[in-house]
Design a protein around this ligand. Sequence first.
Ligand code: PMP
Length: 414
Amino acid sequence: MNVFEQYESEVRSYCRNYPTVFEYAKDDILTDENGRRYIDFFCGAGAVNYGHNNDYIKEKLIRYLQEDKILHSLDMYATAKRSFIEYFEEAILAPRGLDYKLQFVGPTGTNAVEAALKLARKYTGRSGIFALMGAFHGMTMGSLSLTTDADSRTGAGVALHDVTHIPAPYMFPALDTIEYIETILCDDHSGIAKPAAIVIETVQADGGVYPLDIKWLQRLRALCDKYEILLVVDDVQVGCGRTGTFFSFERAGIVPDIVTLSKSIGGYGLPFAMVMLKPQLDVWAPGEHTGTFRGNQLAFVSAKAGLEYMLEHDIEAETLRKGAIVDQYLHREILPLDERLQVRGIGLMWGIDFARIPGASKEMITACFERGLVIERAGRGNDVLKIMPPLIISDDNLQKGLEIVKEALQAVLA
Ligand code: PMP
């Protein structure tokens, strides 16, 4: 009986590609129950940027548990939460000249997006939201209505009716999407009212690894200012250092009104999500946005330790250095193998686009897995092989992982 038959009673839709049962994980290596080791180019979908079972964070967690400190306090203040907030303000926001209030929602990325939507609607008194085609913002009904992944939306119905999708800027190069948005806003007959917010990922990650152009991001910020529309940046996947700066929007020098964070902000792969909002946007009435598992104290401990680790090890610079290794490898070793391939990326997130080689991306997952590499796909039709290792990956394992991708590709193309 293979592992899929064994677990048929579990409803799963994801990662059916790995016919094994994983047991251990350390830094950049996963180990299955048979002791077989795999280099990790998946990184828990971006949730373990600082590595699996990171020793520094683990020690802080163990100490916290050993001392019987409070784990669940809901909205009540607790020392772990206070230390996280103080550290986040002092070590992350202040050096960047950023001023935000923090809101803990939780426990997952989609919860942060939902809170952002609700807040934007309440603050502006408007209900419309503009989002980009190719976006992925989550699977609950509000964020699902922004997500344009056909597989995820099929049959589910979509809760928000007041969502307008704008083509992402790379989709139709001849179309100036900023002018397009402006045209919609100024057209009294369109029936599309001025939205509360425009929600974007600065790098469409699950959409197929598309870093959005810096000038475009700056023009979008200016447009939002001109029309008094809130700019929401969803940094759930590409925040926490992934692009080479802690926040993905730093490279464009823009300041969003609302930012969503989850995945690696939990530090250790623990569920944790938060919203950063400009102070003037804090119009929440007490108890207006509640939830039982907002801000679990253990997650506050690991989140703070994760930030300390990141700063101590200069993860942002390391990400850029390792990203350059991937960039070079893909251009020198992968692209020449087939002219139908395309590559793109930023920081330590890269995509190999197989759209012009039907079926190949799926075969690549299996071929990589058989050679000891766990890697996932993204994008329209899942055509993009997404290289997203933990940011702490060793140079050696990064190189080995890339070589596996090359060997797998040679086998798939043969
Ligand atoms: N926003 C973005 C940009 C994401 O990549 C994801 C998850 N892939 C989400 C939101 C949703 O996060 P979660 O799966 O934790 O709900």
